[in-house]
Design a protein around this ligand. Structure first.
Ligand SMILES: Cc1cc2nc3c(=O)[nH]c(=O)nc-3n(C[C@H](O)[C@H](O)[C@H](O)COP(=O)(O)O)c2cc1C
Length: 546
């Protein structure tokens, strides 16, 4: 008769599986027990039998060749249903076994006694059994001996299972050690700097540094010992962007990863741009344990970005300059051209009716307009030369005081004495080494500006002071003045004061002057107040052989 399945069959089979014992080689420990069981009970056969889903398999056997049999005809399949030993004294007298093929044919079993082998959880995995070819009985001592030995088999099973678990744990440990070793070598040898801090406190003084790699040391000059126990704030300095730090603080408070770019400082105080990626790390339970920051030096990239931005700004400025140039040139040429055209027309059609005086007036207007256009063309050519760095500089020995006096006299005549130019000088100015042509251009321009923007009858002050190696010139007027905003761009081409009204001018004069002064290795500054007046100060090296 086939044995019914135990109620807990599924769990029992799962438990059996965990021992990893099925189809393993024979082992001394089990074979000793079966031999002892056969001896104690005086039987020819003894087995450690394990009941699988379809078969019984013998881990250890004495007196039997077979390694397994079908579960359907297994005696042990009956024995595992019992809490204690199953004894069948005469199989032919027991209707469960009388027709069993193992009874009716080889090995013709007539006696069977099997003790269930219990797992630590109480599942009957199989039996320790003894078998005989003749009917028989067991003494109380033999039964007890069999029970003791069955417990020994179970103990061996547990030992085995622990060993299996231990081997598996060891393998897992080895694998994670291997992984850890790989990860560590990645961290240690990474090109990016890596900095690890505790998870807390996020608020001041901040989480403490627990690790930095070699790349960090190389990048910052700080060794591991320098930074252990300190906070990453030690990398900050005056140029570290506060907005970036605020962004970090918000992210840390929310346990969120964050990416920022900011300026860090090396141990020696030098600064560098860094891209920070800060990420929180959790343990297996999900508790935050650390912050890991990967830091990349992006100084070079930032420098390139800066250059590109500068080039773009320059390009924009050039574009603006071009459009200012076009509008100025078209306006400044149109006005004198209109004057020339209308004066020529008047002469052509009404010349015969005009008086000599009137005709002279027309000719004078044509001449003035032509001079204005020539001046404009000269200015454009000069600024072009200056922009291209082609200004010629030809210094010579020069009596500066004499030069200034001659210039003032000429300007005075040209202004038809509508303004007074007062010249004064101090120091030793008679023996200087300068480019007269450039000086002429510079001070003609500054003086005519002073005249142009001052009311008639006003005095213009032209002062010269020669000390040490420098000549300092000042041109002061009490004219309309220049606003602070305009002063800032005064020396750029085509920038004029907003209060110039109809006073003609191209906005090129001062930018040319500045370039001429610079070609002389000098400097020019302006001090002005709207409605009060303006002083231009030019400082030029007067002695050195440039
Ligand atoms: C792992 C980690 C790395 C950090 N690295 C830097 C850094 O390189 N430079 C820096 O200025 N701040 C760094 N910080 C940010 C500061 O430690 C601090 O959190 C930041 O200054 C914001 O806080 P506070 O506003 O209270 O100063 C880092 C923070 C952490 C958690």
């Amino acid at each position: 008769m086939k044995a019914p399945l135990p109620d807990n069959e599924a769990q029992r089979l799962k438990a059996l599986c965990k021992y990893k014992i099925l189809d393993t080689a024979s082992e001394q420990a089990f074979d000793d027990i079966t031999r002892l069981a056969a001896q104690i009970c005086g039987t020819p056969i003894s087995l450690v039998s394990l009941i699988e889903a379809e078969r019984q398999w013998f881990k250890s056997k004495v007196g039997l060749e077979a390694t397994d049999t079908s579960r359907d005809i297994s005696f042990c399949a009956h024995a595992i249903l019992q809490p204690d030993i199953l004894i069948v004294s005469d199989t032919l007298a027991d209707k469960r076994f009388a027709t069993n093929p193992l009874v009716t044919s080889a090995p013709q079993i007539r006696f069977y006694a099997g003790v269930p082998l219990l797992s630590s959880e109480g599942y009957a995995l199989g039996t320790l059994c003894v078998i005989d070819y003749v009917p028989r009985k067991l003494s109380q001592e033999q039964v007890e001996g069999l029970r003791v030995l069955s417990r020994q088999v179970s103990a061996q099973f547990e030992l085995r299972r622990n060993l299996v678990n231990l081997v598996r744990a060891n393998e897992t440990l080895q694998k994670s050690e291997e992984r850890l070793r790989l990860l560590e070598s990645v961290v240690v040898n990474a090109n990016d700097a890596i900095l690890i801090t505790d998870a807390e406190p996020v608020d001041a003084p901040g989480p403490q540094i627990v690790y930095v790699n070699q790349a960090f040391t190389k990048m910052t000059g700080y060794s591991l010992e320098d930074v252990l126990g300190k906070t990453p704030r030690l990398l900050q300095g005056s140029k570290t962007d506060q907005d970036a730090l605020d962004k970090i603080r918000v992210a840390l408070k929310a346990w969120q990863p964050v990416r920022v770019e900011l300026i860090n400082y090396c141990k020696d105080g030098s600064e560098f741009w860094v891209e920070l990626n800060i990420t929180p790390v959790t343990d297996q339970k999900g508790w935050y344990t650390h912050w890991i920051s990967v830091q990349r030096d992006i100084t070079e990239r930032k420098q390139i970005e800066k250059k590109i931005l500068k080039a773009l700004a320059k390009e924009k400025e050039l574009g603006e300059l071009k459009s200012r140039f076009v509008s100025m040139v078209s306006h400044e040429f149109r006005t004198p051209l209109t004057t020339i055209l209308s004066s020529a027309e008047l002469l052509e059609y009404y010349g015969h009716k005009s008086s000599e005086q009137e005709k002279l007036g027309f000719f004078h207007q044509i001449r003035t307009a032509t001079q204005r256009m020539t001046q404009l063309l000269n200015d454009v050519l000069a600024i072009n030369k200056a922009e291209a760095g082609k200004l010629e500089f030809k210094p010579n020995y020069l009596d500066l005081e004499e030069f200034c006096c001659a210039l003032v006299e000429e300007m005075q005549i040209n202004s038809r004495n509508k303004h007074i130019i007062s010249f004064s000088s101090q120091g030793q100015c008679t023996d200087t080494y300068m480019d007269e042509k450039l000086l002429l251009h510079i001070f003609t321009n500054l003086l005519s500006n002073a005249i142009k923007y001052s009311p008639q009858g006003d005095t213009i002050y032209f002062e010269l002071d020669c000390r040490n190696e420098d000549a300092i010139f000042q041109v002061t007027d009490k004219g309309i003045g220049i606003s602070i905003e305009k002063q800032q761009r005064l020396f750029e081409p085509f920038h004029r004061g907003e209060n110039v009204g109809n006073i003609p001018g191209t906005g090129l004069g001062l930018s040319i002057v500045k370039r001429l002064v610079e070609s002389h290795k000098g400097s020019i500054t302006v001090a002005s107040q709207v409605g009060v007046g303006t002083t231009f100060t030019v400082r030029l090296p007067s002695k050195q052989q440039l």
